[in-house]
Design a protein around this ligand. Structure first.
Ligand code: TYM
Length: 335
């Protein structure tokens, strides 16, 4: 499947549970952009190995994430859905790119710093070179646009730098990808600690809304979300981050501007905002969850999608990697 449309590519690590932050910051935009692009959506299982995983859970989670992409509205008929490890050229290109990436550059990556603080017992080399693998994911398919949340901005800049560095050294080879980071909702915050990002692998499940959370869990989690001791509804990210986060979530889920949400809840108390927010989230997720439960049962359907994805993606990946190997001076293998 190749079209004349520009290539849109993105991916999610199969760790933890897909959450509202992933939906608002990434998946929602994939769905919105998919008709205008030649879309490739990855489940980046190799990336997930940088944190300890239980093998059987990782395997199930990959399929579950795939089914959730589809349930959220990604059309498998017009996009490629690919498990990263099914296309071996990702790691091959990552190796080549790692010889162009500087230690100093990787040392500056804030996500590496955060993750190595969080997982002190397992600061592995993969955690350090992770952004190079991500650059390979993107450059391998000559992606034009990469829709992600704000936390991936620095990684995207590295991918662009590596593409430009390679092109300068060896002549034009890679498309230099553009990030697509939404103006609103690019950084949804944790419900209990609104000064940090909502994360799908948070050990405290009260910090995030999972896309598969049942309605009562959603009500409970939103009700318990940390706010402040003021009583009026105003958007003030710096001084009232918990409330600001609830307002952003409401705006994103209901398809509104923050200003409009503030107006809607003017003179109402936090309880009303919280209970209405819970209900709009439940409404958003109801069809997603029922589609998910249907799709996840159909293993043949999922495996056909993955086999088609792997086949088409491998074809494109082979083209890029053979060009790269030729340009850097490797001897082509005789078939
Ligand atoms: P990951 O798996 O941490 O997150 C997946 C996507 O969700 C976005 N996101 C958020 N957006 C808003 N608010 C939040 N609280 C929030 N949390 C997560 C992320 O920005 C991301 O878009 N390295 C990537 C995965 C990756 C990738 C790629 C992405 C690997 N290769 C190639 C794009 C292209 C990651 O760990 O995302």
């Amino acid at each position: 499947m190749t079209t004349n449309k520009p290539v849109l590519l993105s991916g999610i690590q199969p760790s933890g549970q897909l959450c509202l932050g992933n939906y608002i910051g990434a998946i929602k935009n994939w769905v919105g952009l998919q008709n205008d692009y030649d879309g490739i959506f990855l489940v980046v299982d190799l990336h997930a190995l940088t944190v300890k995983q239980k093998p059987s859970e990782l395997r199930n989670r990959c399929l579950s994430f795939l089914a959730q992409y589809i349930a959220c509205g990604i059309d498998p008929g017009s996009n490629l859905l690919v498990i990263q490890s099914h296309v071996h050229q990702h790691t091959e290109l990552a190796w080549v790119l790692s010889t162009l990436a500087y230690m100093g550059e990787l040392n500056r990556m804030t996500q590496f710093k955060d993750k190595s603080t969080k997982h002190q017992e397992n600061i592995n080399a993969g955690l350090f070179t992770y952004p190079v693998l991500m650059a390979a994911d993107i450059l391998l398919y000559q992606a034009d646009l990469v829709p992600v949340g704000a936390d991936q901005k620095q990684h995207l800049e590295l991918a662009r730098d590596l593409a430009q560095r390679f092109n300068q050294r060896y002549s034009d080879t890679f498309v230099v990808p553009e990030p697509f980071i939404p103006k609103q909702g690019a950084r949804i915050m944790s419900l209990q600690s609104p000064e940090s990002k909502m994360s799908k692998s948070d050990t405290n499940e009260n910090n995030f809304i999972a896309l598969l959370d049942p309605p009562d869990t959603i009500r409970k989690k939103i009700k318990r979300a940390v706010t402040d001791s003021f009583t009026d509804i105003q958007y003030d990210e710096e001084n009232r981050p918990g409330l600001a986060n609830l307002l952003v979530m409401y705006a994103e889920v209901a398809g509104m501007e923050i200003k409009q949400v503030v107006q809607q809840f003017e003179n109402k108390c936090y309880e009303v905002l919280k209970s209405e927010l819970a209900e709009v989230i439940i409404e958003l997720l109801k069809p997603v969850q029922s589609e998910y439960h249907r799709v996840i049962q159909d293993k043949k359907y999922l495996s056909d999608i993955l086999s088609n994805g792997a086949e088409n993606a491998s074809y494109r990946a082979r083209k890029t990697i053979s060009k790269v190997y030729r340009k850097i001076g490797l001897v082509p293998r005789v078939q």
